[in-house]
Design a binder for this molecule. Structure first.
Ligand code: SIN
Ligand code: FE
Length: 307
């Protein structure tokens, strides 16, 4: 699929807001209200916010470190729980080094939140971060269309319903060869919701209750969670939308970071390798402008509560 002809550089001119931060811990005066921009579904792009790695850490950057059954190495800092490392291909010192790297990354993300998004500080919860070592072209080849993140989509977790809570993600390109991570960013959430909600399959509360009982989902999948999964699938499953939907491309250089609410901002990862990613959840009531939350957009569209 070629998108090049449609990726006008002037499409969605406001979708990406650039900020000048050069480090994670120093407050930076800026005219941009970062929270307003994020809550409107924009991507905050910090071209000079790099994450430094030691020479030893750079030597860990190889896909063979990842368990072949998993997409990424992930870490839950509050439980010090590391998962997704291959069983062979490494030794105990590699595991300790990855753990320390992800712990340090989490701490730096928290420092960034403290001064860039201070109103969220006491409300963000369930942090998980990941070390993504595979080239995007490779995971595209090995996956079904539903798992193909080179197609525009919003994030929704099939086994972890979040009942409307927001998914905030901080990404950093750590490619040691200087390769960019290239994304496409799509139209605003209200527009995509209007387009795809009429195509969503009906919600079956009893089926969702059963899925929770037998452990397919960790908690009960609400009507909201059902719709978000349906939107995710409807977007990925529509080749015309992928090709001709309103979108723009952006290359995030090695040594840059970017932030978005990935449950709201339509995105697709097109190329690149080696990234750090930090996820937090945020309750809708902790937002400054909850009317922009996908939950409220969908409730307005459907005229009923969804959680
Ligand atoms: C995604 O969340 O769709 C993937 C983002 C990335 O790996 O760059
Ligand atoms: Fe995604």
């Amino acid at each position: 699929m070629s998108h090049s002809s449609l990726l006008f550089s002037d499409a969605l001119p406001d979708a990406i807001i650039t900020l000048p931060h050069t480090d994670w811990a120093t407050p930076f005066e800026s005219a941009v209200d970062a929270i307003d921009a994020l809550e409107q579904g924009k991507v905050l792009f910090l071209p000079q916010l790099a994450f430094s790695l030691s020479a030893e850490e750079i030597s860990l950057l190889t896909p063979t470190l990842v368990d072949p059954k998993r997409k990424n190495i992930s870490y839950q800092p509050q439980r010090d729980k590391l998962s997704g490392i291959a069983n062979d291909a490494h030794n105990q010192s590699d595991i300790a080094a990855v753990r320390a790297l992800l712990q340090r990354h989490y701490q730096q993300c928290q420092q960034l939140i403290d001064h860039l998004l201070p109103a969220y500080r006491d409300h963000l919860h369930s942090p998980t971060n990941s070390l993504r070592l595979h080239p995007i072209a490779e995971w595209k080849a090995g996956n079904s269309w539903r798992k193909d993140d080179t197609r525009l989509h919003i994030d929704a977790f099939p086994s972890r319903p979040n009942h409307g809570e927001r998914i905030l993600r901080i990404f950093t390109n750590i490619n040691p060869r200087g390769e960019s991570r290239v994304w496409r960013v799509g139209e605003p959430f209200p527009a995509l919701a209007q387009r795809f909600v009429p195509l969503c399959k009906r919600y079956h509360p009893l089926t969702c209750w059963l899925q929770n009982k037998v452990g397919i989902t960790k908690t009960y999948r609400s009507h909201y969670d059902h719709l978000m999964l349906q939107l995710h699938d409807a977007m990925k499953g529509d080749p015309d939308y992928q090709e001709a939907g309103l979108q723009r491309q952006i290359a995030f250089p090695a040594g840059s970071s970017w932030i978005c609410f990935s449950d709201q901002t339509a995105h697709a990862a097109m190329s690149g390798q080696f990234m750090l990613e930090q996820t937090f959840l945020l309750p809708v009531k902790a937002m400054k402008t909850p009317q922009h939350a996908p939950l409220q957009i969908l409730e307005t569209l459907l005229h009923k509560p969804l959680v």
